[in-house]
Design a protein around this ligand. Structure first.
Ligand SMILES: *Cc1c(COP(=O)(O)O)cnc(C)c1O
Length: 344
């Protein structure tokens, strides 16, 4: 893979904005370089544009170097950056299995990049690799893969992802691991050493319990992360988020305890729902949600919504006819969902 052929020419040539905090490294006695208000209130200074403290805590947890990490305003920033760094508007295209996370397509459309959706195998939600390969051409810059996949819940075997990485070695392969902490299949992060075309996305929004903090992670080669850094807004992760991320990363145990509890509840919720006559099928899940096929999704959705229980209808999504996506809640919430459906 020749990275310089994948990067958009204007991004390859870009002289990035150099902010005040980038230009001086060292110990400052007086900071009069950024036109900030000098009176300390904890937030009067611009934050670290490279979020080094957060990256130094995160890197050993993930087994990568800090230079291999990009942090953004949610994974959604990283998804958008993939388009802005690699895809020429009106020229290039991306390939993705369907159904999957909707932001890949929305960001493609915003960036005027053709989005080529390839149906997965019905019911198993397995990848149709041959059909994907048939959609790849000289202008295909990115292949998207979400594992565990939203909304189907299944994770792809590591060997299958690895064969995709070699087969699409002239493209960027993004593996979105938003749900990886809930998965029985381990992360592809160790493959970064062998596959320079791999970008892995993770997030603080799910297992880490910090959706409101808005912090997404991209891991890739130092070279790819360098281009992300050149294109991102200089101060894309605010100071409050950086401070809170530091606290969160110092309590990995809390995250692990909650993941274990959610996994136990996932089994309990599955068994409860399967005992109901309105439930037809529950797909295997490696995530913190269940894709549940019911007899009639619209009426089930409205019945639950009237009781204040909001599920995500995937009824109109490809291969998800009559399906609701239900996030695993607390034990009390899961019991309430069951009790409500029992009377439906
Ligand atoms: C929830 C989710 C994310 C997380 O997005 P953030 O912007 O980090 O909150 C990313 N990818 C998938 C597939 C998701 O379901």
């Amino acid at each position: 893979m020749d990275l310089s052929k994948l990067i958009r020419p204007n991004i390859l040539a870009l002289a990035p904005y150099s902010c005040a905090r980038d230009e001086f490294k060292g110990v400052a006695l007086i900071n009069v370089d950024a036109n900030e208000n000098p009176y300390n209130n904890g937030l009067n200074r611009y934050p670290d544009p490279r979020q080094l403290k957060v990256k130094e805590l995160l890197a050993p947890l993930k087994g990568v170097r800090p230079e291999q990490i990009f942090l953004g305003n949610g994974s959604d920033e990283a998804i958008d950056l993939v388009y802005r760094v690699f895809c020429r508007p009106g020229v290039d295209n991306v390939v993705a299995p369907a159904p999957t996370y909707g932001m890949y397509q929305v960001c493609a459309e915003i960036n005027d990049v053709e989005y080529r959706a390839v149906p997965m195998v019905a019911e198993s939600f397995a990848l149709d690799v041959e059909a994907m390969a048939a959609k790849v051409d000289a202008c295909t810059k990115v292949v998207w893969l979400c594992s565990p996949n939203n909304p189907s819940g299944n994770a792809y075997p590591l060997a299958e992802i690895e064969s995709l990485l070699s087969r699409f070695s002239e493209q960027i392969v993004v593996v979105d691991e938003a749900y990886i902490d809930f998965s029985s299949i381990p992360s592809v992060v160790p493959m970064l050493e062998r596959y320079p075309n791999l970008i892995v996305l993770q997030t603080f929004s799910k297992a880490w319990g910090h959706a409101a903090m808005r912090l997404g992670i991209a891991m890739a080669s130092k070279e790819i992360i360098g281009y992300f850094n050149n294109v991102k807004y200089p101060y894309n992760v605010n100071e409050l988020t950086q401070q809170q991320a530091g606290r969160v990363l110092n309590d990995v145990e809390k995250k692990n305890r909650q993941v274990a509890e959610i996994l136990a509840q996932r089994d309990i919720l599955r068994d409860l729902l399967l005992s109901l006559p309105c439930v037809d099928r529950i797909y295997p899940s490696d995530a913190n949600f269940l894709l549940v096929r019911v007899k009639d999704a619209p009426s089930t959705y409205h019945y639950l919504a009237d009781k204040g229980i909001i599920t995500r209808s995937r009824h109109k999504v490809q291969l998800c006819f009559n399906c609701l996506r239900i996030t695993v809640g607390t034990p009390a919430e899961n019991a309430e969902i069951y009790n409500a459906l029992k009377d439906f």
